[in-house]
Design a protein around this ligand. Structure first.
Ligand code: ZN
Ligand code: ZN
Length: 215
C-alpha cells in the first residue's frame, strides 16, 4: 500500500481508547488502525495515558514515587492491544471481515444511483456505517454534513474539495464541510463510511431517495 497521508484525529483516538464512540465509528477507527502503523503506535500511547488516569483515581494513598511507579507499570504493560493485521487475504482488514462475514465477494450491494452501490452494515443505531462502491470516474452526490462522517478508503482513491484520499486514508468530515467525492480514473473506489447524522444533499433527487437509502 502507498503511504497513508490522512489519519485519525486526537479526539477520535481518545474517544476510541475510552470506549465512548458509536459502534459504527469504532469499526472505521479499528479498520484504519489495522492498516496504519502510525495510528496504531499513537493509540498505544492513548491507552497508556487512559490507564494511568484510571490508576490515579484508585483510592490509594499516592506516595512521592507513585508517578514513577505508574510509568513503570505502563512500561511493563507492553502487551499490544492493537495488533497489526497479519496478512490480508483480500481488500478487507480483519475487523471489517469480522463484520461483513467475509471479504468483498460476500458483500450484498444495492444500487444508490449514478453507478454508485452501497451495503449497509448492521451496527447499533447511534451511527450508520456502510460500504460504498464508486465506479472509476463516478461521483457521490454533492452533500454537507449534520454531524461527523468518517470515510476510509479500502481500494482506489477519491478526490474532493479538500484533498486526495487513497487506500488507507481516512477523511474526517464535520458540519462545516460541503463536498463531492469523485473516484479517480483507473480503478473503482471502495470505501467504508460512517455517519452519526443524516447527510445534507444539495440536489433534490438524492434528498427524495434519502429515507430509502438511509444516508
Ligand atoms: Zn493513521
Ligand atoms: Zn461527506
Amino acid at each position: 500500500m502507498s503511504k497513508i497521508n490522512h489519519h485519525l484525529t486526537d479526539a477520535l483516538m481518545m474517544a476510541y481508547s475510552a470506549g465512548t464512540l458509536p459502534e459504527g465509528f469504532n469499526l472505521v477507527v479499528a479498520t484504519h488502525i489495522s492498516l496504519c502503523d502510525e495510528c496504531r503506535a499513537r493509540m498505544h500511547e492513548f491507552d497508556a495515558i487512559g490507564g494511568a488516569v484510571v490508576d490515579e483515581e484508585a483510592p490509594v494513598a499516592m506516595g512521592a514515587d507513585s508517578f514513577a511507579a505508574t510509568l513503570e507499570l505502563i512500561a511493563k504493560d507492553d502487551a499490544p492491544k492493537h495488533e497489526a493485521t497479519p496478512k490480508r487475504s483480500g481488500i478487507f482488514p480483519a475487523p471489517l471481515q469480522d463484520y461483513v462475514g467475509g471479504d468483498l465477494s460476500s458483500v450484498k450491494w444495492r444500487k444508490v444511483g449514478g453507478g454508485v452501490r452501497q451495503a449497509i452494515l448492521h451496527t447499533d443505531k447511534s451511527a450508520s456505517v456502510r460500504l460504498l462502491h464508486i465506479p472509476a470516474g463516478a461521483a457521490v452526490p454533492d452533500h454537507g454534513h449534520r454531524g461527523t462522517e468518517l470515510t476510509l478508503v479500502l481500494q482506489g482513491a477519491f478526490k474532493d474539495e479538500t484533498d486526495r484520499f487513497a487506500t488507507g486514508d481516512i477523511e474526517v468530515a464535520t458540519q462545516d464541510l460541503q463536498h463531492q467525492p469523485i473516484a479517480e480514473m483507473g480503478e473503482d473506489c471502495i470505501c467504508l463510511a460512517a455517519t452519526d447524522a443524516p447527510l445534507r444533499f444539495s440536489s433534490w433527487v438524492p434528498r427524495i431517495a434519502q429515507p430509502f437509502l438511509r444516508i
